[in-house]
Design a protein around this ligand. Sequence first.
Ligand SMILES: [Zn+2]
Length: 165
Amino acid sequence: MGITIDTDGSVEVRIPRWVTYAEAEMFVMERRDWIVKSRRKMLEKKARHDSRDWDRVKAETDPWICGDGGRLLRKKVADWAEKLGVGYNRITIRDTSTRWGSCSGKKNLSFSWKIFVMPEHLADYLIVHELTHLRYMNHSAEFWNMVRTYIPDCKTIKKEFEEYV
Ligand SMILES: [Zn+2]
């Protein structure tokens, strides 16, 4: 059985065919606190997101991304890559807001445009996270060890990240 909470606050419970309704009800009741808490978090996140006019922020940030901002980001990524001792091919900035960053098997990195507006320590974490994927294409213990070497408080930052929209 599984429970998912959507961004609009709706709760979905997936029940296998062989589970009775009473069992499913029990399953949900046992997780009631978690559901309520997660649902509240999700709705708060959505409210924060909606309260910012991201289209306007994006329009204002675009010229910066094409100019000095883009250059600064490339420099920042290059500096981190040197520190981590990894090499990459290309950096792409994406319009997406749903994915912060990604790293392809061809060693191409991509970042959401929001990397230009987020606090610096979040941006650094994001860069180190994606660069570390050049070494480990997973989220294994080794992966996190490497991230932690360069971003010691990565655990706290990761949490902060989840709340940043
Ligand atoms: Zn990752």
